[in-house]
Ligand binder design. Structure first.
Ligand SMILES: Cc1ncc(COP(=O)(O)O)c(C=O)c1O
Length: 391
């Protein structure tokens, strides 16, 4: 019998439900912009209405409809200089489904290790270990604005390392990596002949003083799997659509096994694929507006957290998260205990940092920076009073 997968992002919801009749809840846990003042752009809503009104009730190709595959190919060639063709793309029900396909297809539980950043988006820990992978982590260095620590990557590679995972822009830290950093990572992967998994779901959400570069343009010859999707930048997390692509992929067996799993689940949703085929070619104004709001909110959250006793943090440059450090003192034994106590007393839900990695996630918590400033201000006032309380 397998053990349940822990989710620091959703696990606290049970407590929130218990107290919701007596306390206002601040759901600062889930990275869903549509729960706040962001909404799906009109042209995409219209594209979905048109798809549903047309003939779209049928199953589609398992790998994805031609139209959306063409659109993804065009975008990835243009934005990231990807060295791929149509046959290298698989459309999935979000990156989440791609992760299940990937780890279910690839892991030999007797030996395989995956090397993930720490702190890390929790499914890289939970889903890969569910399929038997041994987790190794490399350090993201808080002292260096959460940049990957290259020595730590090198030190953690063994002969059993199967994948090296990069999440850029990063969840939970909000870091965006420089081209030189990505090049160093790609060089190590080439030296040890590792397959890189590059999660680029936040690639349009950049508001710090840094340019985004996709891994496909950096990696030369070694295998690369890029994961991306429409949830965040196109404001449709509930539509569930994403994709993965394979660059320099000689491991035909792995790719074929993944495509065979996709065939076993028949297809992604046809109307959603038809609508999302229009995502990249429609007006992209919502992305600019979103980054403007996120920049203001990142600056506000950064300032407020740093003003609060026993909390300090680095300013995010992309995605929509911030990952503050908390000095637990003698008041709490763990960051999980801190987050539960905070929730019971203030109604604020922050996922606990050790759920993002037990070493470098420890003594932290994650917050989203999606809520309007008035709502963040209200919650952070409560947090401030809670931190000042004498116990
Ligand atoms: C880094 C990262 N990858 C993947 C996902 C999941 O994306 P999807 O909605 O495409 O399943 C998230 C969602 O928060 C994420 O933060």
């Amino acid at each position: 019998m397998k053990k349940p997968i822990k989710s620091p992002i959703r696990d606290l919801l049970k407590i929130a439900k218990q107290i919701s009749s007596e306390k206002k809840i601040y759901p600062f846990n889930i990275g869903d912009p549509n729960k706040f003042d962001f909404d799906t752009p009109d042209y995409l809503k219209q594209a979905l209405i048109d798809a549903v009104k047309g003939k779209a009730g049928h199953y589609s190709n398992s790998e994805g409809d031609d139209e959306i595959i063409e659109a993804i190919l065009k975008r990835e060639l243009r934005k990231n200089e990807a060295k791929i063709s149509k046959d290298d793309i698989l459309v999935t029900q979000g990156i989440s489904e791609a992760l299940f396909f990937l780890f279910a297809s690839s892991i030999d539980s007797k030996k395989d290790e995956i090397l993930i950043p720490e702190p890390s988006y929790p499914p890289y820990i939970g889903v890969s270990s569910f399929f038997g992978a041994k987790i190794k982590t490399y350090k993201l260095d808080e002292e260096k604005e959460w940049e990957p620590d290259i020595d730590s990557i090198r030190d953690s590679i063994t002969k059993n390392t199967k994948f090296l995972v990069v999440i850029n822009p990063n969840n939970p830290t909000g870091a965006v990596y420089h081209k030189t950093m990505l090049k160093e990572i790609a060089d190590i992967a080439a030296e040890y002949k590792l397959t890189i998994i590059s999660d680029e779901i936040y690639d349009e959400l950049i508001f710090g003083n840094v340019s985004y570069v996709g891994m496909a343009s950096i990696v030369r010859d070694n295998p690369l799997i890029v994961l991306n999707g429409f949830s965040k930048s196109y404001l449709i997390p509930g539509w569930r659509l994403g994709y993965m692509y394979f660059q320099n992929f000689d491991d035909y067996n792995l790719k074929e096994t993944i495509f065979s799993l996709a065939r076993a689940r028949l297809s992604a949703s046809t109307p959603i694929m038809k609508a999302c085929a229009k995502a990249y070619s429609g007006p992209q104004d919502h992305i600019k507006e979103m980054n403007k709001k996120l920049k203001e909110r990142a600056e506000f959250a950064f300032k407020r957290f740093n003003e609060i006793e026993n909390i300090s943090t680095v300013k995010p440059k992309g995605a929509f998260y911030i990952f503050p450090k908390v000095n637990l003192g003698k008041r709490w034994k763990t960051d999980e205990e801190f987050c539960i106590d905070l929730l019971r007393n203030t109604g604020i839900i922050f996922p606990y940092g050790s759920g993002f990695g037990s070493k470098y996630g420890k003594n932290h918590f994650r917050s989203i920076i999606l809520p309007p400033i008035e709502i963040m201000n209200e919650a952070f006032d409560k947090l401030e009073a809670f931190m000042k309380r004498k116990v």
